[in-house]
Design a protein around this ligand. Structure first.
Ligand code: FEO
Length: 402
């Protein structure tokens, strides 16, 4: 017989896996799929926490039907209105016309806009609680973790925090749902990539909600995010630490060399700088070709490492376009506390270095080393300058060691 997984006696996991979608938000590649997590609490009242992407509503309702056997759902708590979680709300309302939808003012504005639903709503705010039997649900507003309406729901009886996108990750759930029952190592780099791409702009808001949580007298045994494993004492500290470091833009020692190269000449400079940084004693050195690496992996490494090295050719009297896009993605996320170094190339009119250098001021990053410019192809003099730049970066990073 099919079993729907349980978190505790009366809390079921009714989420789904999506291994069909190529790109999350139609931008970020999914290499191991993604889960849309939803939870059903069966007490004197029946409560659903969030829904799933509408493409998976059949599987979602099948699971709910297996559990409820015709019993209606009393409340839907909407922690997050992004359509990967709210997509099935319209169908849910059709199936359960009397269901009361719980959210905040901003939730309801979006509920009207996406689904035309404006009735049978229960508005909550910070600190408000709803008793559903032996359990009570209370609500913690978490605006901008990832959208303005986001809130967390805490269930005190089983000590469960439903945390919307916070502590979420790319990666489908292959069999197990609890971190304690699996080897979660494959999720960590994907959590970094998820954070960098999806939540990356909102670091101060993540920090704010951490502080609010610390000030509240709540015990947490299970953290139920909308994506990825359910975190327990086995690994929640690691997930929390990752979100904490990334939301403070706190990097590890290391360098990410991001380069564009049309015919390989600028790549020679990229390799020279990278080899020099490595020879200077820095363990974490990563090179990304802008046209071979997806931007999501590059962003992940910019969140990881302290030193960002940009290298690109001049193109149509401006900067190589993929580099402009990459700089835009970093700027959008307001990434702080990094070093910037620059190298570039041209054939007749030098523009690339000129266009990249102001990025340090724009981002508030410290410019390290002298920018290297190459005309047409690498000469011994230019390669020496690239090597020297790498040594300067390595020395700067080593100087930060305590
Ligand atoms: Fe998983 Fe912001 O939605």
């Amino acid at each position: 017989m099919i079993q729907v997984p349980k978190i505790t006696d009366d809390i079921y996991y009714v989420g789904v896996n999506d291994r069909a979608k190529a790109k999350f938000e139609n931008m970020w590649p999914l290499i191991n799929g993604v889960s849309y997590n939803s939870y059903l609490i069966v007490d004197e009242k029946v409560v659903l926490i969030d829904t799933v992407d509408v493409c998976y509503s059949d599987t979602f309702f099948y699971k709910i039907d297996l559990i409820l056997q015709g019993r209606p759902i009393d409340y839907l708590v909407v922690n997050h209105m992004e359509p990967d979680h709210s997509g099935s709300i319209g169908l849910l309302r059709q199936k359960y016309p009397n269901i009361q939808i719980v959210g905040n003012k901003k939730t309801f504005n979006m509920l009207a806009g996406y689904h035309g639903i404006t009735e049978n709503l229960l508005e909550v705010e910070q600190g408000r609680s709803i008793r559903i039997g032996k359990r009570e649900l209370s609500f913690l507003m978490a605006p901008m973790v990832h959208w303005p309406e986001v809130m967390f729901t805490y269930e005190q009886y089983d000590k469960v925090l439903f945390s919307a996108d916070a502590f979420g990750t790319f990666g489908a759930l292959d069999g197990h749902i609890f971190d304690r029952d699996m080897d979660p190592s494959r999720y960590w780099p994907e959590m970094e990539r998820y954070y960098a791409c999806i939540v990356g702009k909102y670091g101060p808001f993540v920090q704010k909600v951490f502080k609010t949580m610390e000030s509240m007298p709540i015990e947490i045994d299970y953290v139920c995010s909308t994506h990825g494993p359910i975190w327990t004492s086995a690994h929640f500290a690691q997930a929390r630490d990752l979100y904490d470091r990334f939301s403070r833009y706190e990097p590890q020692e290391g360098a990410v060399v991001i380069f564009g190269s049309m015919y390989g000449h600028t790549e020679v400079l990229a390799d020279t700088v990278a080899q020099s940084i490595a020879a200077g004693g820095i363990k974490n050195v990563v090179c990304h070709s802008l046209t071979a690496s997806d931007p999501s992996f590059i962003l992940r490494d910019v969140f990881r490492y302290k030193s960002v090295v940009l290298g690109a050719p001049t193109y149509s009297n401006g900067l190589y376009s993929p580099m402009e896009y990459m700089m835009h993605l970093m700027e959008l996320r307001e990434i702080k506390n990094r070093y910037l170094s620059v190298f570039g190339s041209f054939t007749w009119g030098s523009q690339a270095v000129k266009k990249m250098l102001p990025f340090a001021d724009k981002m508030g990053w410290e410019l390290i080393g002298e920018a290297v410019e190459m005309k047409m192809s690498p000469t011994p003099e230019v390669l020496q300058k690239a090597w020297d730049l790498g040594q300067t970066i390595a020395d700067k990073l080593k100087g930060d060691r305590v």
